[in-house]
Unconditional design. Structure first.
Length: 367
C-alpha cells in the first residue's frame, strides 16, 4: 500500500507558524481547521496554508469542534514553557494546563489518532509524573492506546539537536511492535549547519539580509565544558554553533543576546575555529580575554538561517517583526521531524503495520 495515495484529514491545535502542519501536509494530511492565540503566528500560517486558522484561546473554541468529530487525526503542541528546562518548570503554570485543554479537544473530536508534542521534560522528569498520569488516564478512558516517544530532530533530517516528546494515541487499535520501533523506518541523516546555510552567503548579503545587531561580548567569568560549543564563553545565552555539526536547540527567545553565534571565517573560509582556539586557551589555564575583544568574524545567527535550520521550506513566508519571527521559528516543531512522525501515523492509519482492533478494557498503556 502506498500511504501517499491516501489523504487523511486533520485538525491542528496550538499551530503557531505551522511547523507541524508543514510536516503533516507533506505526509499526506489535509488540515481542515487550525488554531493559535498568537496574531503574528496566525498571519504567518494564513499566508502559507490558507484561511482555515482561527485566532483565539482554544478554551473558548472547544464548542466549535463538534463538526470535526471522528476526523482522522488531531495534532498539536500545547505551550511548553511551564515544562521546559529553559522556563520555570512549574506544573501549575497556566500554560502547563493547556495540555488538558488539548485532551478536552480530543474528547470532543474523538479522532482516530491524536499526536501531542511537547518538551522532553514532560515525558522524563518525576516532577511532572502527575501531569503525565492525568493525560494518559484521560486518553485511556476515551479508548486510546498510547505510547510516548522521545525523539531528537537530528535523527530525522533536521540539522539541529532538539529533543521532543510525542504522545501518540490510536483509538481502539493496538500496533504490531512499538511505535519506537516503527519510527526507525523514517530516520534519515541530517545535513550539517554549513551544508544547510552556506548558500545564503554572509550576513547582510542578498539572500541573508535579516541580521541581528546584538553585540557579542566575552564573559569575564566563563563557564567551561568539555565542548567549546557548550558552557558559557560569551555574555548572554547565545551559544556558539559548530558549522560542521548540528545546531543546538533554537529557542523562541532568539533575537538579542540569546541568539546563537557563528564564526563566518570558519563557515565560509574553512579557517580554524576562533571559539575552539579560545576554549583551548581557557582550558589550559589562560586568562579570559577582555569583554570587548570578540573578533568581527563572530556574529549572530540570522532569521534566514534559523528558518532553514528549523527545516521550514525555503519559500515559507513569515509575518511580523523580527523578534516575532524568531519566536515563531523557535516555538515551532522542526518540519522534517513532524513529517517523520506524520508518516509513522499515516503508516498505521493506512494499515501498513497491521494494527489489530482491541477492546477498550485491554488497552496497553506504555510510558
Amino acid at each position: 500500500m502506498n500511504r501517499n495515495k491516501i489523504k487523511n484529514n486533520a485538525i491542528s491545535l496550538f499551530s503557531g507558524a505551522g511547523g507541524m502542519d508543514v510536516g503533516f501536509k507533506n505526509a499526506g494530511f489535509d488540515v481542515l481547521w487550525a488554531n493559535d492565540a498568537d496574531r503574528d503566528a496566525c498571519d504567518t500560517y494564513r499566508e502559507n496554508f490558507g484561511e482555515h486558522i482561527v485566532l483565539g484561546d482554544i478554551n473558548n473554541l472547544l464548542n466549535t469542534l463538534d463538526k470535526y468529530k471522528n476526523i482522522d487525526c488531531l495534532f498539536g503542541g500545547p505551550p511548553c514553557q511551564g515544562f521546559s528546562v529553559a522556563g520555570n518548570m512549574d506544573p501549575n503554570d497556566e500554560r502547563s494546563k493547556l495540555v488538558m485543554s488539548y485532551m478536552e479537544a480530543v474528547s470532543i473530536v474523538k479522532p482516530k489518532v491524536f499526536v501531542m508534542e511537547n518538551v522532553k521534560a514532560l515525558a522524563s522528569l518525576s516532577k511532572f509524573s502527575a501531569v503525565r498520569e492525568n493525560i494518559i488516564k484521560k486518553a485511556h478512558g476515551m479508548g486510546y492506546n498510547t505510547e510516548m516517544l522521545i525523539l531528537n530532530s537530528k535523527d530525522f533530517g533536521v540539522p539541529q539537536s532538539r529533543e521532543r516528546m510525542f504522545l501518540i494515541g490510536f483509538k481502539n487499535k493496538k500496533i504490531d511492535g512499538s511505535l519506537n520501533d516503527n519510527i526507525n523506518k523514517f530516520k534519515k541523516e541530517s545535513k550539517t549547519v554549513k551544508e544547510t546555510i552556506i548558500h545564503l552567503g554572509p550576513a547582510g548579503s542578498a539572500l541573508n539580509k535579516k541580521t541581528v545587531n546584538a553585540k557579542i561580548s566575552i564573559a569575564s567569568s566563563p563557564i567551561l565544558r568539555k565542548s567549546a560549543y557548550a558552557g558559557m564563553l560569551f555574555n548572554g545565552q547565545g551559544r556558539p554553533i559548530n558549522p560542521y555539526s548540528h545546531s543546538s536547540t533554537l529557542h523562541a527567545s532568539m533575537g538579542g543576546n540569546r541568539t546563537p553565534i557563528i564564526d563566518e571565517d570558519q563557515l565560509y573560509n574553512d579557517e580554524k575555529s576562533w571559539v575552539e582556539e579560545y576554549h583551548s586557551h581557557l582550558i589550559n589555564g589562560g586568562e579570559p580575554y577582555p569583554s570587548t575583544s570578540a573578533p568581527s568574524r563572530l556574529r549572530r545567527l540570522t532569521v534566514d538561517e534559523a528558518h532553514l535550520l528549523q527545516t521550514f521550506p525555503k519559500d515559507f513566508i513569515f509575518k511580523g517583526k523580527q523578534s516575532s519571527v524568531f519566536k515563531q521559528i523557535g516555538n515551532a516543531v522542526p518540519c522534517s521531524l513532524a513529517e517523520s512522525v506524520a508518516n509513522l501515523v499515516n503508516l498505521i492509519l493506512n494499515g501498513e503495520s497491521s494494527p489489530s482492533v482491541i477492546e477498550k478494557e485491554n488497552l496497553d498503556l506504555i510510558f
